[in-house]
Design a protein around this ligand. Sequence first.
Ligand code: UD1
Ligand code: CA
Length: 456
Amino acid sequence: MAVALIVLAAGQGSRMNSDLPKVLHRLAGAPLLAHALRAGASLAPERTVVVTGHGAEAVEAAVAGLDGEAICARQTEQLGTGHAVAQAGEALRGFEGDAVVLYGDTPFISPDTLEAMQDKRAAGADLVVLGFEAEDPGRYGRLLTADDRLTRIVEAKDASTDELAVKLCNSGVMMGDAATLMRLVAGLNNDNAAGEYYLTDVVALGAAEGLSARVVTCPEAETLGINTRAELAAAEQAFQARARAEAMDEGVTLADPDTTYFALDTVIGRDALIGPQVVFGPGVTVESGAEIRAFCHLEGCHVSRGALVGPFARLRPGAELAEHTHVGNFVEIKNATLDEGAKVNHLSYIGDASVGAASNIGAGTITCNYDGVFKHHTEIGARVFIGSNTCLVAPVKVGDEAMTATGTIVTSDVPEGALAVARSRQTNKPGFARRFMDMLRTRKAVLAGETTPEAE
Ligand code: UD1
Ligand code: CA
């Protein structure tokens, strides 16, 4: 059965106390909204509609930047969850299949849970609602059941004392035939305590026309919605705890798991070794058998099999490390490829560059890639030896098997096999240092009153 996702993301999120729309706050390096979309992606949706409202422009720009082809539908006034779902109608025109309602601020719904909901649909339920046993039901909507049927959902604000005693709560996630759902939300009214068009009322509306509704339950932790910065921080911890456990299950060694930080999309191969205090920003893949030593920060980069990174290295977007490369302490690599076996071991900046196989970049080498306005490329061939403290003023090329002398400032291309030397020649002044030091020490003694110039 084809699936469409409707992700509600129009609310203000006022308790975040932020200028940034709530769904754009980051969890594991990705906007909350990306987590919701990723959860839904397990259903291989044919269409995805994100309902935007507060901060719509920013949210729509973020959606455009994410993987996938989500369509945005504006809800210009936030008149309730049912009204929000109705805004997706236009984007779902002509779609045949099931619609699943998800929430941009609810990041942890699992693929298993969504699959269980699909199974209930396949077993004949017209509507499937995701519920959970709440530790503190508080202001959640309550799922009212008779036998195993869901008869109605009542919002806490509208509930009687008896209804409030029900512990089975509404997560908000709902699944049903898209056309049916759209027809039902079109029939909602806002005659309730909040004066809103409640999505939850589709259950009773459906029941009145003979449609059946069923509940699937999941652990409360999955339905966790983010409303405050404290909840965001708690969700981050929950995410990291799970990501660490998953990585170890998949055969990754974490030297000190509590200090490894993953992003939503981090991919690490089996038998990779990760030292303490390593942070993975978005877009990192580390292949099997690579080693990332302590105190590294990686984002938007690829580390191949057998590579050795750190300690104290920074890999920025576009860093591509081939097999058996080494990147050592206090080295920054940005938008640069290191071919097989290349080494940049100490105190270097390699940006907008390519480094050929088996080349060695000496300590303190800098690619001077920026002229204040434009970025320029440095091309270093294979088996090149770059002497310590070389500055490569881009754009510049160093041919295969060439060398640069220590301290060289390379401003023009170096032909293959050549040695480039660009520094002033050394002269030695015999005895100068000793005489100079004696003179300075005497001057200091005079200033301290220990002696007079005549005494010299
Ligand atoms: C909703 C459910 C409640 C459930 C709870 C779970 C309804 C009527 N109530 O209540 O049963 O227990 O979620 O958290 O559905 N949104 C829009 N446009 C709107 C209104 C809301 O996009 O006009 C979005 C919000 O951004 C938010 C989500 O829908 O992500 C839920 O809205 P919210 O107002 O928080 O609903 P609750 O009162 O929490
Ligand atoms: Ca809510």
